[in-house]
Design a protein around this ligand. Sequence first.
Ligand SMILES: [Zn+2]
Length: 271
Amino acid sequence: MPELPEVETVKNQLAPHIIGRTITRVTLLWDRMVKGQDPQEFVKGIAGQKITDVTRHGKYLIVHLGSGHKMIIHLKMTGSLILGNQNDTEPPQYSRAIIHLDDGQNIYFRDPRKFGILNLVKDTLEIDAKLGPEPLEEAFTPQVFTDGLIKRSAPVKSVILEQKFIAGVGNMYADEALFLAKIDPRRPANKLKKAELKRLFTAIQDVLIAGIKYGGASVVTYYHPDGSVGTAHQHFNVAHNLAKVCPVCGGPIKRVVVGGRGTYYCPKCQK
Ligand SMILES: [Zn+2]
């Protein structure tokens, strides 16, 4: 599932191609991708609008429109945004929406599993209220991090997955961060020692920065706007158990379920 590094990569690659362009029309191939509003209203609100900016908050991609409204895109489990053009004989397989631009480009929202979301909103207040600090921005400090964890008895992994606690961290990067910090993902958050909290804070930032550097992880269906794939997964230590054995001790990686999420960790290195 696309997490912060994947959505950040999409934003960075898409922005130079679409900022300043005008959306001429939108073709919805799967109406129900528009959640909580009339799909036709969505289409009408977008058509004719100039794209003034593209930003990200957590795992949300936010396309700013000339009207001041924002188009919100959530890739959910299997979504990708693919850039193409209006001479394409047919859209990429599993395209659920096509955003047509005035310079002949198309943005295809490709989404095999159909969990992706499109919305048109006046402002992002509702989204912002659901999200904690961005882990790579100043608001995310060791103090904020520690204060949030010490009052929670839930497994540390479950807490760092909460978008209200930190925006954008998902299953893969949580597993990677806990591995780097040498912490068993099932430990109650309030039982972590000072040194462990410090290691985990740094590890979260490190895995996200590396994820962005490698263009995100293409484990299942994540593609870049140009159709290429990210390579962050090739550098994973435990997530999805792609390496099979622990790169530090050589022991087997174990899979457990933490808060309903498949979790990979090294029982020897992570205590
Ligand atoms: Zn190990």
